[in-house]
Design a protein. Structure first.
Lengths: 70, 202
């Protein structure tokens, strides 16, 4: 299948837009984790916060990589 | 008050009861109590050590921390495993392979981000949607969506009726079920969903 330039450009714009929205979502997950760990502390909070931050960093990393290579 | 937490049908077996604070075993004795757990992942923790709950008063003692039986996670864990494997199956399809390599890479990274988000959300849903029994009240903690929290509570004195619902192959095999508590509080019913050992608590 031959992908034309306009289609790839469109895909790039939509891809970056989608990843941008995803970064916002990853930020909301951070807020969610913060609210949850404020509500209940059982002793596993550090790992959960780390996981949420890692997810946020990966979202930003993917956006940056996409911006550079697409 | 204590009697509410003793199951008459299992009397003499494994009884879960509220122990007055001054009579609560300390040190090793407490760790030997049936149902006591040090694991933060425990679905059934009797007098857990390190639990802090925002809605409980300072003097209130947490007697029981419950969450859904771990086996209930099987569904989303299977889905997550399939999602992880999906690219290796779908990747052989022609439209994906005909994309430029940089697009393929970003598409793959985006997919695994979604998989990671799914796993995180499902885990958080299991881990933080808990039921708590203190020496004064019962709580049902629900995180309905990403940022909305709902905490329902009722005084133990207001408990009117307790119904245990247990069924299904998994529920019977792994000993978990629902505990429906009718109360005279503002919220007339509190439900503990898919909690382990439902017969052993009330």
């Amino acid at each position: 299948m031959n992908w034309g330039e306009p289609i790839l450009l469109g895909a790039k714009v939509f891809g970056l837009l989608g990843l941008g929205i995803y970064i916002v979502f990853a930020g909301v997950v951070l807020v969610q984790v913060s609210r949850m760990t404020d509500t209940l502390e059982v002793g596993f909070e550090t790992a959960i916060k780390l996981m949420a931050w890692l997810h946020f960093a990966m979202a930003i990393g993917t956006f940056v990589i996409a911006f550079v290579i697409l | 008050m204590t009697d509410l937490f003793v199951n008459k049908e299992t009397e003499g077996k494994e009884e879960i009861e509220i122990i007055p604070t001054d009579e609560l075993p300390r040190g090793r004795a407490r760790h030997k109590m049936h149902g006591h757990s040090h694991s933060p992942m425990a679905a059934f923790a009797y007098y857990p050590d390190k639990v802090k709950f925002v809605a409980a008063d300072n003097k209130e003692k947490i007697v029981l921390l419950l969450r859904k039986h771990p086996i209930t996670n099987l569904k989303w864990l299977t889905t997550a495993a399939l999602m992880i494997l999906a690219p290796s199956l779908v990747g052989f399809m022609s439209p994906f392979l005909s994309l430029p390599e940089n697009f393929q890479l970003i598409l793959m990274m985006g997919w695994y981000l979604i998989v990671l988000a799914y796993i995180i959300e499902q885990f958080l849903d299991w881990y933080f949607n808990v039921n708590i029994v203190t020496d004064e009240r019962i709580f049902d903690v629900d995180f309905v969506n990403l940022i909305y929290r709902e905490i329902t509570d009722a005084n133990i004195d207001q408990i009117q009726d307790v119904t245990v619902q247990m069924g299904g192959v998994l529920g019977t095999t792994f000993d978990y079920g629902n505990v429906v508590i009718q109360t005279a509080a503002e919220i007339p019913q509190i439900e503990f969903t898919s909690v382990p050992k439902p017969w052993h608590k009330f």
